[in-house]
Design a protein around this ligand. Sequence first.
Ligand code: CA
Length: 231
Amino acid sequence: MKKVKILIIEDDQAIIDNVSLILEMGWDSVEMIPARLASRGLQLMESQKPDLVILDLGLPDMSGFEVLKRIRLFSNLPVLILTVRGEEKDVVLALALGADDYIIKPFRQMELLARIKALLRRTSQPEEDLSIKAGNLYFGRSITEIYKGNQKISLTITEGKMMHCLMSQAGKIVSYKNLSEVLWGEEYPGAKQSLKVYVNHLRKKLENEPGKPILIQNLAGIGYLLDVLGT
Ligand code: CA
């Protein structure tokens, strides 16, 4: 089995140790590359070529948001945010800057492991069928590029996967469970809340009036539905 290389940019040694222990349970062979400073993390990213980055938002020398911005200038590598900042605006900002997922501390061990596995699986999966269309929505050259008519809109991998799923079942209700399985491989407690954050972000990018969504509709307690009739 291929060795998994994970870079963790985190200033709290106890968290580094804890995450390392959890990940060693998950793989026969995992190499943890710790960086307690953002600047060191950015260097290691280029020299070590990890498979995934776990990034803390509160770092001594630079904000995690800034690190994320810099990473996205040269890399599409999966980035998982690990943070104590659970406020929706922080999460939304991290996702907007290109984070693929986030976990709020204190976290459940199995959840962290499942999320990391899902992220790695997502990256190694063959490309989705990008020829799929719904109304005036269609994908460009990758899952992170969607067109609304002539307008090109950038999505994160997670947003793209979610839109792909909704578009492939346009006009039908896609349950929270179904969406969670597509994104994370399984439903976990709190998945519904995470889905809501991604949906709100997609609405901001795709709806004419994000506050009065008509494209991505929520059927409370059931799931989401992509309604392309109005597009
Ligand atoms: Ca910190």
